[in-house]
Design a protein around this ligand. Structure first.
Ligand SMILES: N[C@@H](CCC(=O)N[C@@H](CS)C(=O)NCC(=O)O)C(=O)O
Length: 220
């Protein structure tokens, strides 16, 4: 049987692709990867040959096709249970903060697109954007406080929740909205993860520029 396949978008810009890729890598799955650059002529037709939703990421494992990031996480969890915290209450919380990321933070996602290569960008703050940033910082602070003794990740050991928030760590760096202390330490943890660094190197080598994601004037 051929290897499992993960189809991803541009590594510099595709935050959902990064999340699924990290789940697979942290689970230790041996998979092939295909990159389809987004928003260029013909990209949608190409994507639709892999995913009925026409979006990345999409994961194909034998006869099984999974085309949504959180669904990929849940599918992997069935074989790799360490992807969610072992304790029931922690698992419920990890699923809650992950679902909160998956379905929410629209102002943040719109105003601060992931752009791994960019630094020193500044965007106009709105009350909604500030509220999203504050909420994420609270999630990170609370979880790091509670699980500090169990390891460096949100729930101590690495979980799907860390993959879900990894693109946010890059957004905080790009748009300069970190916070000294636990928040910056967590950003450091996420972005210096050797697996993430492999992704970053690939993002830096990409030539495509997605104009809609090049947001915010460089700070003077
Ligand atoms: N809910 C989906 C969102 C996937 C998504 O929006 N992917 C973006 C890239 S990050 C995409 O494929 N965009 C191309 C398009 O919409 O045509 C998930 O969780 O995987």
């Amino acid at each position: 049987m051929s290897k499992a396949l993960l189809v991803v978008g541009n590594k510099n810009y595709s935050s959902w692709s990064l999340r699924a890729w990290l789940m697979l890598k942290h689970a230790g799955v041996d998979f092939d990867e295909m990159r389809i650059p987004l928003f260029v002529a013909g990209y949608k037709e190409k994507l639709l040959t892999y995913s009925p939703a026409g979006k990345v990421p999409v994961y194909r494992d034998g006869d099984v096709l999974v085309w949504d990031t959180l669904a990929i996480g849940e599918y992997l969890y069935e074989t790799y249970p360490l992807l969610w915290p072992a304790q029931r209450e922690a698992r419920a919380r990890a699923r809650s903060v992950s679902a909160e990321m998956h379905s929410g933070f629209v102002p943040l996602r719109k105003a601060m697109p992931m752009n791994i290569r960019a630094r020193g960008r500044k965007v106009a703050m709105s009350a909604d954007l500030e509220a999203d940033i504050a909420r994420i910082k609270t999630i990170w602070r609370d979880l790091r406080k509670q699980y500090a003794g169990a390891g460096p990740w949100l729930f101590g050991t690495y979980s799907i929740a860390d993959a879900m928030y990894a693109p946010v760590a890059f957004r905080f760096l790009t748009y300069g909205v970190g916070e000294a202390g636990v928040v910056d330490e967590y950003i450091q943890m996420v972005t210096c993860d050797p697996l993430v660094q492999t992704w970053v190197q690939a993002a830096q080598a990409e030539q495509e520029v997605v104009a809609a994601s090049e947001v915010g004037v460089p700070a003077a």
